[in-house]
Design a protein around this ligand. Structure first.
Ligand code: FAD
Length: 394
């Protein structure tokens, strides 16, 4: 063990980004990943300019850009009457204001770019099948025990082990995340099988009462990523079994037939429960801190969970570089810089979800308030997100 050896639990997008950010500051990093390989699910992810800026900073852009899609706009449509109610154009004015592009990318391509950077970096050690089981902070160093009985020591520990983070259990003693009763089913299909190509070059969402369907192209436009989300009536009734494909289909019966037709792009094999946690102010205990979903899991309605993890990585590494001999001090400084911004994302995502899923008069009010606004007028609302962390943090 050296004085600058850092352990990271979890090798998802946040953990690998943190590994690179820390290694670039001269720290030796060991990433302990529970799964047998470093991988992501086979679907898409959106990255705002606050995140593409970070991909550029760490030299990932050359790997990411050729496989990414650069959409022309994000379009919000009513799932019942098929009318557009809002649009954000990713045009020259967007580029001039936010300085970095908005992209959509296959998650495996994005994780692959971070993974390749880690594999190349002499200061990063990557270990798989190392599920963290327990944490012991001895002050001078932190020791962790993995599920297979192996032990690792470092000067400090960063828990980037996701929504169900065991490190969070150690730091904050919390139980289960909040279950919202909304679920997502996903599907990726060849673009040739898509029936309507009107919105091929956009991120598009069809929004109805407690349902939505989001679509965008991936892999240089070769395939279409589809995400269908719905609020489960069975969950609302308190039933233990909820969220079946049949329930999804029943919920989408309120949508326009064209939206219902698009459910054929969705795989019924697996679903994802939408869960988050209440924002917290302190996610540090001694020489152990949290990052990404472990620290501030958010609903996906702003498409910012992974973007926040990348921002965390930059800020965390900068603060640790400023106090390398005092990780606790560095971690407190890092969370101080992050907790209000990430809480704002968590709480705004919840509120925006209600706007997106509105029914009845609320839906009509939403449509009447938003329709007719110039697309560039939305830049003001998203400014706080997409401008990202202060330049001084980079
Ligand atoms: C439907 C949906 C759509 C989304 N869309 C977007 C989007 O468009 N843009 C965006 O920015 N975000 C989006 N998100 C959020 C984003 O996916 C997450 O915020 C992001 O993946 C969090 O990264 P993470 O590294 O913190 O956690 P994770 O990706 O969960 O990674 C955690 C890692 O820790 C490992 N692990 C778990 N337990 C242990 C253990 N005991 N020991 C060691 N390792 C462990 C896991 O195997 C995993 O590799 C979306 C989320 C959902 C559900």
């Amino acid at each position: 063990m050296t004085a600058t050896h850092i352990l990271i639990s979890g090798g998802g997008l946040g953990g690998l980004a943190a590994a690179i950010a820390l290694a670039e500051h001269g720290f030796d990093v060991t990433v302990l990943e529970k799964a047998a390989e470093f991988t992501e699910i086979g679907y898409g992810i959106q990255m705002g300019p606050n995140a593409t800026r970070i991909l550029k900073k760490y030299g990932l852009w050359e790997t990411v850009a050729p496989t990414a899609v650069f959409p022309e706009a994000m379009v919000f449509l009513d799932a019942v009457d098929m009318q557009e109610w809002a649009r954000v154009n990713f045009n020259d004015a967007f580029q001039a204001r936010f300085r970095h592009p908005y992209i959509v990318i296959h998650r495996r391509d994005l994780l692959g770019a971070w993974l390749a950077a880690c594999e190349r970096h002499p200061r990063v050690t990557l270990l798989t099948s190392k599920g963290l089981k327990s944490v012991h902070d001895h002050g001078s160093h932190v020791e962790v025990e993995c599920e297979d009985g192996s032990r690792f020591s470092g000067r400090c520990l960063v828990g980037a082990d996701g929504l169900l983070s065991p490190t969070r259990a150690y730091v904050a003693g919390e139980a289960e995340p909040r279950v919202t009763g909304f679920l997502a089913y996903r599907g990726v299909i060849p673009i040739g099988k898509v029936m309507d190509h009107t919105y091929d070059r956009c991120v598009i969402g069809w929004f109805g009462h407690n349902i939505h369907l989001v679509q965008y192209a991936l892999r240089a436009g070769d395939v279409l990523n589809n995400v269908a989300v719905f609020g489960s009536p069975a969950f609302a009734r308190g039933e233990a079994a909820f969220g079946s494909p049949a329930e999804m289909e029943a919920m989408f019966r309120t949508a326009h037939p064209k939206v219902q037709e698009m459910l054929q792009y969705i795989s019924r094999d697996r679903n994802w429960m939408m869960r988050d946690r209440e924002p917290i102010k302190n996610w540090t205990r001694g020489n152990v801190t949290l990052l990404g979903d472990a620290a501030h899991p958010t609903l996906q309605y702003l498409a910012q969970g992974a973007c926040m993890a990348f921002e965390d990585a930059v800020v965390l590494a900068g603060r640790l570089a400023a106090s390398p001999d005092d990780p606790n001090r560095a971690f407190l400084s890092y969370q101080e810089a992050r907790y209000l911004r990430t809480a704002r994302v968590q709480l705004t995502a919840r509120a925006f979800g209600q706007v997106l899923h509105a029914g009845g008069v609320v839906r009509e009010l939403r449509n009447s308030l938003y329709r007719g606004r110039a697309p560039d007028s939305f830049f003001h609302e998203i400014d706080w997100i997409y401008r990202g962390i202060p330049e001084t943090e980079l």
